[in-house]
Design a binder for this molecule. Structure first.
Ligand code: PLP
Length: 351
């Protein structure tokens, strides 16, 4: 295959686009009086300094993240959740009605939904029975309209990391963008694919504050990629995609890395405990190993067990409609007390 060239796969309308230029990015110098952006000069109705538009490029936040992750700030995009990055990638590279993405079910649902919203076709190649990439099938599944491959590792809902060599094969042989979604990487104890950004110009790594950092409600996700790809994100994103409040809180959160690590360790310990304790129930037919903060289990009847747990006020996710997930429930690791409650409820389950 020919070399990856960003220019070759970028949509023409995006190449030609003149992005929105925000008021504050149009001047240089020491301004004191800001009469340029139709904000409320009298201030905000809250007792907080929110009357100005936020920094469109979230420079302070990126600077802090750059130090934590050891990645230059110019290689970082900040999104309204990593879901925003997924949508922007599809919009930047896939022509509606013409191009396609490639995904490997069972996997995270938003790749498919975002493609559908953008009228972009979805090619699917199932994972193997042990939830790994089927490289031989993938070789046949890529065509000239395939623009993005989404790899989720650790994968949701199966919980496992995908084989490094297979991902490397994709990066080396596929001429489009390879996204490695690492939403759960902090639970896996492996190196991030961020380390390989210098090596692969077609690599985009997604991470989020929603999982290990405990900030799903804040809506902050990151894409790490070459500065050329980050430039594309910046060109097409809504100008003020991250609010001032969110930028401030995210920055505050990033000062607290030790606490995120502590929470991650507790969740990993609790996961190990659940993986062990779930073995005692014969209606659980398979417990899949997990590199994430959830466990996929195969049971006698997912529908019945789901309803039973709900009657005990415990809600889990029934993933049975996904391929290779027949009668499977995905259980998020809870607090120690929540996990006690789950195990107690399971003890009293009468099939
Ligand atoms: C694999 C994966 N990627 C991305 C996301 C979305 O993350 P965010 O909250 O940053 O939009 C999720 C959420 O569950 C996920 O499981």
């Amino acid at each position: 295959m020919a070399e990856f060239s960003l220019n070759d796969i970028l949509r023409n309308n995006v190449k030609k686009l003149i992005p929105y230029s925000s008021a504050r990015s149009e001047f240089e110098g020491d301004a004191q009086i800001f009469l340029d952006a139709n904000e409320n000069s009298l201030g905000s109705v809250l007792n907080r300094n929110f009357h100005r538009y936020p920094d469109p490029l979230q420079k302070q936040l990126k600077q802090k993240l750059s130090t934590i992750k050891n990645v230059p700030a110019e290689n970082i995009f900040v999104g309204n959740g990593s879901d925003e990055a997924i949508d922007l990638l599809i919009r930047a590279f896939c022509n509606p009605g013409v191009d396609s993405i490639l995904i490997f079910p069972p996997t995270y649902g938003m790749y498919e939904v975002s493609a559908e919203i953008n009228d972009v076709a979805i090619n699917k190649i199932l994972l193997t029975n042990n939830y790994q990439l089927d490289v031989d099938a993938i070789k046949k599944g890529i065509d000239r309209n395939t623009k993005i491959i989404f790899v989720c590792s650790p994968n949701n809902p199966t919980g496992n990391l995908l084989d490094t060599k297979s991902i490397e094969w994709l990066l080396e042989n596929f001429n489009g963008i390879v996204v490695v979604d690492e939403a759960y990487v902090d639970f896996a104890g492996t190196e991030s694919w961020i380390k390989k950004l210098d090596q692969y110009s077609n690599l985009v790594v997604l991470q989020t504050l929603s999982k290990a950092w405990g900030l799903a409600g804040l809506r902050i996700g990151f894409a790490y990629a070459s500065k050329e790809i980050i430039h594309v994100f910046n060109k097409i994103k809504p100008p003020y995609n991250i609010s001032e409040a969110t930028q401030q809180l995210a920055l505050q959160a990033l000062q607290n890395e030790a606490q995120a690590k502590e929470k991650t360790n507790v969740l990993i310990q609790q996961k190990e405990r659940l993986l062990e304790d779930l073995k005692e129930f014969d209606f659980i037919k398979a417990i899949h190993p997990s590199d994430a903060n959830f466990i996929l289990v195969k049971v006698d009847s997912a529908k019945d067990l789901y309803q039973y747990l709900l009657s005990k006020t415990i809600v889990v996710r029934n993933r049975s409609s996904q391929p290779l997930c027949e009668n499977s429930l995905r259980i998020t690791v809870g607090t120690p007390e929540e996990n006690d409650a789950l195990l107690t409820a399971l003890k009293y389950y009468d099939q």
